[in-house]
Design a protein around this ligand. Structure first.
Ligand code: NCD
Length: 306
């Protein structure tokens, strides 16, 4: 794996190795605290981020490495009209690995075609977000004990939500996965996800619903998502659709006792804060798993060992 642009860039075996390494880091963090000494990670975030950027940076610090970068296109020469290709060719002079987020689909791929150092796609528009997927897989494997034989409900903005697109792609390689896709008509998963991944796949089945309460009782995992305001063409549509789903304690009463609730965060209104106290709410634990899996990923891509 030279670059990580799409979840399919990593094989199922490589995912197992990464998750095992993340598990070992959780168990014995001190073993890893010097492994990236004198290595530099550049975080190039042309779009807002809290968890992804800070967990990448915390990950590199905990490996003993250094971090450079910018948060927000306004703070970089992109605001002067510099291309992504020129930006990464420059950053390559200063860093060993790049994690990049950009509002345009395919931006990370363009970056990867212009440099020799590894590029990690930390989100490209409404397209893919493979490191959130690694976070999600580590969370599921740690809390449910398996990555196969799962009924997973994905609820909210399935059209623009890149975390959903990436997680569906990654999970479609495990056995007996049932996707329950819950969204308003306007925010269904894009056709390319359906055609490429969901149709004619012996491992997966999928059903589509509009109401969460109809189906919540059958889920092993409920993956909630935010309506992606920044990707809408007009504010009116966003306002009409933003509160389509609100998970509250009433709805949680219908769910299995061992169902887990995941969310890539940030949350807006789609999970009421009262649900945070429910032991099934896993989203803040998920954010912590994100740091460990990014530590494992940085080590793997830089080819360093403990
Ligand atoms: C997600 C993203 O940026 O796609 N956030 C994240 O990385 N944890 C989800 C979102 O913004 O809704």
């Amino acid at each position: 794996m030279k670059h990580l642009l799409d979840p399919m860039d990593i094989s199922v075996e490589e995912i197992d190795e990464l998750l095992d390494l993340a598990g070992d880091i959780i168990k014995e963090p001190t073993k890893y605290q010097e492994v990236c000494r004198h290595k530099k990670l550049a975080t190039l975030f042309f779009e807002p981020s809290t968890r992804t950027r800070l967990s990448f940076e915390a990950a590199m610090h905990e490996l003993g490495g250094d971090v450079i970068g910018f948060a927000g296109a306004d703070n970089s020469s992109a605001s002067k009209g510099e291309s992504v290709a020129d930006t990464v060719r420059t950053v390559e002079c200063y860093a060993d690995i790049i994690a990049m987020r950009h509002p345009k689909e395919g931006a990370a791929m363009v970056a990867s075609q212009n440099v020799q150092i590894p590029i990690i796609n930390a989100g490209d528009g409404g397209h893919q977000h493979p490191t959130q997927t690694l976070t999600d897989l580590l969370t599921i494997r740690s809390l449910k004990g398996r990555l196969d034989n799962l009924t997973i409900g994905m609820c909210g903005d399935l059209k623009f939500g890149r975390t959903v697109h990436s997680l569906i792609r990654a999970l479609s390689r495990y056995e007996n996965i049932k996707f329950v896709l819950i969204s308003p008509k306007e925010l269904k998963v894009p056709r390319y996800v359906k055609e490429d991944v969901l149709k004619n796949n012996k491992n997966v089945t999928y059903v589509q619903y509009e109401r969460l309460e109809e189906i919540i009782s059958e889920l092993d995992i409920l993956y909630m998502t935010r309506v992606q305001r920044e990707r809408f063409f007009n504010e009116e549509d966003y306002v009409r659709l933003r509160d389509s789903y609100i998970l509250d304690t009433e709805k949680m009463k219908r769910a299995k006792e061992d169902m887990i609730v995941m969310h890539p965060l940030p949350r807006v209104n789609e999970i009421s804060v009262e649900v945070d106290k429910d032991p099934r709410a896993a989203y803040f634990r998920q954010a912590l798993f994100g740091k460990y899996v990014r530590m494992a990923l940085i080590m793997t891509m830089l080819e360093v060992n403990a």
